[in-house]
Design a protein around this ligand. Sequence first.
Ligand SMILES: C[S@@+](CC[C@H](N)C(=O)[O-])C[C@H]1O[C@@H](n2cnc3c(N)ncnc32)[C@H](O)[C@@H]1O
Length: 291
Amino acid sequence: MKLKEALKEVLAENELTKLIKSYDIIGDIIIIKLHPELESKSEIIAEALRMIYPRVRTIAAVPLYAHTEVLYRTRDLEVIWGDENTETTHKECGCIFKVNLKHVFFSPRLSYERIRVAKKVLPCETIINMFSGAGCFSILIAKMQPQTKIYSIDVNPYAVEYMKENVALNRVEGRVIPILGDAREELEKLEGVADRVLMPLPEEAHSFLPLAVRALNLDKEVARGVIHYYDVATGRKDDDLFNAPLERARDIISSAFGDSLRIEVEEKRIVRSVAPRKYHVVLDLRVVALK
Ligand SMILES: C[S@@+](CC[C@H](N)C(=O)[O-])C[C@H]1O[C@@H](n2cnc3c(N)ncnc32)[C@H](O)[C@@H]1O
């Protein structure tokens, strides 16, 4: 049964229009965004969700206009029903991800994007994941393409602790290397090592682009590498949506490296919608050294 239908008899018509119909199920926790005018109805909404999902352990709400913590990208969760413990274990594509949703970013809405990127990885690649969170992209890649090494950085100590646990749970030790630190500093130590760099931090990735390029190994015979570059795009959902992010990436790279590199777009896609006419997008950039 759909949530709106379950609440049809208990909420007023104007309240039903404020209901956010989609919610995330992460392990045994449901997270729902709540319009400020529905805060007083949170118990009723939680009750309806419990009817639909009787095995859920915790239901938490995020205020619709809540800010996301700038550095760690976590949100203000309030448990509106059930166990206060917000740690859970989520299964995705044969992987197990343990996270505490209060302290670590996790979105099941990225599951397609994680598979998409993992499928592009070739055997024996060295990869850097600059913003790894609890290690989801890295672990999936290591499982799907075992002969890879993925340096996986995050600045959030909670995220890195969960990443270490997830590496063990998924038996990818030695292939996913968790690193606690700021990508700005950690990438200085990884110059020229990578075939591929992941930058899953749409709001800030642009400012790290020169570092990501420097991390690529462009000295090999085939002097190219790939950067999965995430950005925020605004506008209509058509091809033009990608123009501004691509131009910004090209400008940043050409100011840092002049004409020594060529940037080609392998693939581009909308990852998800984050507000009306606002999207997280990804551009798979092939960086080719011109000799
Ligand atoms: C949007 S989350 C991506 C998480 C992960 N890729 C996933 O699929 O779940 C961005 C992550 O970047 C981390 N982060 C933000 N700024 C950082 C920095 N300067 N260096 C390293 N990590 C950073 C945050 O702590 C957060 O875990």
